[in-house]
Design a protein around this ligand. Structure first.
Ligand code: SIN
Length: 192
């Protein structure tokens, strides 16, 4: 599958819908650079967050991709993040921002602020068949990769630390993200 997903994502047409819920689990948690009608903490079931996607356009380059998160299907897993209610025009911006391998996937999200409240919506998923996918590596290796990567949106380490901070602010523990963050802290400390 081509690394640029804009044309494929546009086939999921929401014209005529007043609004659509979008679930964010990575930079979409902490960087809402788009208009939204509502923003609510939420989770999805059956997915786990992993730093397995390559970034050619934000936190790395095609020659030296950074590492950013995608979600991987995993029975019993829960992925916490932030849900946004948007109007369909906002997909133009989101599709461009997530164009490096992410496809819109329909998902059911449960809101964390009102017990039992849920909605259908979409989430951007970078599947393993996209060209930028890097796949599994140890959390220590991922931290080393992040430490040496940077792209047009800034250092890859900022992506990791902003995500870890945002998850703490949500009161959510993510063992994978926090382990990589800890390795990064140790790596930086060992260099000073
Ligand atoms: C997301 O945040 O939901 C998708 C991945 C990213 O943009 O970091």
């Amino acid at each position: 599958m081509s690394a640029n997903t804009i044309a494929i994502n546009q086939q999921m047409d929401f014209t005529g819908h007043a609004s659509v819920w979008v679930f964010g689990y990575g930079s979409l948690i902490y960087k809402a650079d788009f208009p939204y009608l509502q923003r609510r903490p939420a989770h999805i079931e059956g997915w786990s967050r992993r730093f397995w996607q390559g970034s050619h356009d934000h936190r790395g380059t095609p020659a030296a991709p950074g590492r950013v998160v995608t979600i991987i299907p995993e029975a019993g897993a829960v992925c916490h993040g932030m849900a946004y209610l948007i109007t369909p025009e906002v997909f133009g911006h989101l599709d461009y921002r997530e164009k490096n391998g992410y496809l819109r996937v329909a998902v059911e999200m449960a809101f964390d602020d009102v017990e039992g409240d849920a909605a259908e919506g979409v989430v951007y998923v970078a599947r393993e068949d996209n060209e930028a996918f890097l796949g599994e590596a140890s959390e220590e290796e991922i931290a080393r990769h992040i430490a040496r990567s940077a792209g047009p949106s800034g250092p890859n380490s900022d992506y990791l630390t902003h995500l870890a901070l945002a998850l703490r602010e949500l009161g959510k523990h993510d063992a994978h993200v926090f382990a990589i963050e800890q390795y990064l802290v140790e790596l930086i400390a060992s260099r000073t």
